[in-house]
Write a protein that binds this ligand. Structure first.
Ligand code: ADP
Ligand code: MG
Length: 345
């Protein structure tokens, strides 16, 4: 190691990944895509590809056990991995689960975690095929790898968006982030006075979106039925703005997205306002919705028009035109990713 010391926050999460992995170039004929998409794409046959992705959840960083039931955590850990396979337009089939756990946890707690994993495996039709178990000095870490498949000509990369394509999101946005604000508020109230019961009334939808997100395996199915082949796709884990920018960067294109088009549930908006947050900002920068963001050719528009699961939020432009968020008055603001910035604070 040299004397030089560079702080992680100087690079940020994505900068760090680029920095550490830039010297690694795939050499195997079977590696179609390595680092840089929602899942790696491997080819062992002419028609199908294998998809592989890994995600890690750390206590205190990704979840707080004060308000996260272990069963939900197990479910979510699987769902977020399946979501990365959906983002490739594929179907998840197997997972491996690795845990590091401190002696603070009794066996019963881990049984609950695995109950949640089991419910998710049944719901998503996935086999648990292995993993690893280790002790940890403090807290719980869960790392899941998922294996899936897709038809070779159906795989969607982040890099396929073309000028004039439409940008589409599934479901609604911002709910998981606003749900987290409610849970954090009730945690503070509880810490101040453990006799006060948490007040979660009227927030059931957004809390569920935070604690028990779903991977959109249904959307992968709908797209196939509608005969829509997205030109690019990504799942929304870090926030819409961040994901739109990933697609633009990988595809070397620009975009316009429109604030009035963002799909936001009524409960999300009302609760955001309660917290003095702008609902659109929550939709744009709040993470963990695990909806899909994709682009389609304009000629496919009629196939998704009026579909209750899909909303057109903007379109792709050429790279030189920049990446913009357009408000109701027509003023365009350059799109920046707030995301989570894991290495800040
Ligand atoms: P996602 O948000 O879809 O889970 P990430 O932003 O975590 O994707 O990762 C982006 C890409 O970088 C993926 O291809 C992932 O496999 C790769 N990647 C992330 N961390 C590392 C690492 N420490 N070493 C090698 N590749 C990594
Ligand atoms: Mg992803």
């Amino acid at each position: 190691m040299s004397e030089q010391r560079t702080e992680l926050e100087n690079l940020g999460e994505f900068g760090l990944i680029d920095h550490l992995t830039k010297k690694f170039k795939p050499s195997q004929a079977s590696t179609i895509t390595g680092i840089g998409d929602d899942a790696a794409v491997l080819s062992f046959s002419d028609e199908e590809v294998q998809l592989i992705s890994t995600d890690m959840l750390i206590e205190g960083v990704h979840f707080n056990l004060m308000y996260t039931p272990l069963k939900h955590l197990g479910y979510k850990a699987v769902a977020v991995n399946v979501s990365d396979i959906c983002a490739m337009n594929g179907i998840a089939e197997q997972i491996t689960v690795s845990i590091a756990v401190s002696n603070r946890f009794p066996v019963e707690a881990l049984e609950e975690l695995y109950d949640g994993i089991n419910v998710a495996c049944k719901f998503y039709n996935i086999d648990l095929i292995g993993g690893d178990t280790s002790s940890s000095l403090s807290g719980l870490t869960i790392s899941i790898s998922v294996i899936g498949k897709a038809k070779k000509n159906a795989v969607t990369y982040r890099s396929g968006a073309k000028e004039h394509d439409l940008l589409v999101v599934t479901g609604d946005l911002g709910a998981a982030y606003v749900g987290l604000q409610v849970l954090e508020r009730e945690k503070e109230v509880y810490n101040a006075n453990p006799n006060i019961q948490p007040d979660l009334d009227g927030h059931d939808y957004i809390i569920e979106r935070q604690l028990k997100p779903e991977a959109r395996i249904d959307v992968v199915k709908f797209l196939k039925e509608l005969e829509v082949q997205p030109t690019s796709m990504i799942d929304i884990s870090d926030g819409l703005a961040s994901e739109v920018l990933h697609i633009c960067k990988s595809s070397k294109v620009g975009c316009h997205i429109y604030d009035e088009k963002l799909p936001i549930d009524g409960q999300t908006s009302m609760t955001a306002i309660e917290f003095n947050l702008d609902p659109n900002t929550c939709a744009l920068n709040g993470g963990e919705d695990y909806e899909l963001l994709f682009t389609i050719a304009q000629s496919d528009y009629d196939k998704i028009k009026g579909n209750p699961h899909m909303t057109v939020i903007g379109h792709i432009t050429d790279e030189k035109s920049g990446r913009y968020y357009v408000d109701k008055n027509g003023s365009a603001i350059e799109l920046t990713a707030q995301g989570w910035g894991h290495f800040k604070d």
